[in-house]
Design a protein around this ligand. Structure first.
Ligand code: DGY
Length: 324
């Protein structure tokens, strides 16, 4: 008898996989995330839970699920919302959805690069407001993107895909990575340390996972190293950037602007950020295309079903759990 829970409605292909393979599938009936109390209650007695990056899965939640629980399948590639060590201790598998959202997220990083540099959102707001009085030589002057330097902080899958898209713009690519990246080296990319990347880049795009080493990786000191004409782009995780320091840097025009898809305490936004004209703020849309979200649903459901059946799920984050 497999009994699984989905913490918020996901695209149909994922639900169909669960319904075909599990005896009982319960989905949060409301399109909102569960409160802490609701989450603790909802996971009780489940064999598997399909959860979201907005669900904090800590030891208390894992314990509440009960000793029969085999898996928490995260509907995201990032899994900083889950205490993986606690899950491993409890023998619970954790899975994620790598690969399928790489291109959509890289596309969105570019949407932000173009939007901030060319003042797309400000221009749109001006036209909509009815205040536009016709073409003007000094209106909404932005910065060119082509032939500039793109700095990729964290050249993993998404960072690499973002950098590869710069070829058409004839950009110079700098990247940080613990090891050389042959795909980026092939387009003339140069592996540098973070300090050099911050000093030399016109666009600094963040693509590292959130963990204790990367929390506030970009703070006051790092922002001070950036060129006053440079832009910061974040499609990774909000807490990688110290948002208060970012607001100060933007307000004082110590950097030219920022394009953000993620925030330190989503959905709360640090006061002051949305008052600034040199910022484009999106509501965590990196993977938000119909096709990508459907693939994520299929992947998360496939992971969950495999684990509940006692098989090794394709995207297991904590393989140690099978070693004991
Ligand atoms: C992820 O999968 O980690 C993304 O942030 C979801 O859009």
């Amino acid at each position: 008898m497999s009994n699984v829970y989905v913490t918020r409605r996901i695209p149909q292909p994922g639900l169909e996989i669960l319904e075909a393979a599990c005896d009982r599938v319960e989905v949060n009936p409301e399109d909102r995330y569960l409160t802490r109390e609701e989450l603790l209650r909802a996971v009780r007695g489940r064999d598997g839970v399909l959860c979201l990056l907005t669900d904090v899965i800590d030891d208390e939640v894992l314990a509440a699920a009960g000793p029969q629980c085999r898996v928490f399948a995260n509907y995201a590639v990032g899994f900083n919302n889950i205490d993986v060590a606690a899950a491993t201790r409890r023998g619970i598998m954790i899975t994620n959805t790598p690969g399928v959202l790489t291109d959509s997220t890289a596309d969105l990083a570019w949407a932000l690069i173009m939007s901030v540099a060319r003042r797309v959102v400000e221009g749109d707001a001006c036209v909509r407001s009815g205040k536009w009085d016709g073409w003007g030589p000094m209106q909404f002057l932005g910065q060119d993107v082509y032939e500039k330097t793109l700095g990729i902080v964290g050249a993993g899958r998404i960072g690499t895909a973002t950098a590869l898209r710069s070829v058409g713009f004839r950009m110079k690519v700098l990247y940080t990575s613990s090891r050389p990246n042959p795909e980026l080296d092939a387009i003339g990319g140069r592996r540098v340390d973070l300090l050099a990347l911050l000093r030399e880049s016109d666009f600094v795009s963040i693509h590292v996972a959130l963990n204790e080493q990367t929390r506030h990786l970009i703070g006051r000191k790092q922002l001070a190293l950036m060129k006053p004409t440079a832009y910061l782009i974040n499609t990774a995780r909000g807490p990688v950037v110290d948002e208060k320091a970012l607001v100060e840097a933007l307000r004082e025009r110590r950097i030219a602007g920022a394009g953000l898809d993620v925030y330190e305490e989503e959905p709360r936004i640090t006061p002051g950020l949305t008052d600034l004209p040199n910022v484009v703020c999106l509501p965590h849309l990196g993977s938000a295309t119909e096709a990508t979200r459907a693939k994520m649903a299929t992947m998360a459901a496939t992971n969950l079903v495999a684990a509940v059946r006692g098989e090794r799920p394709p995207n297991l984050v904590n393989p140690e759990v099978l070693e004991g």
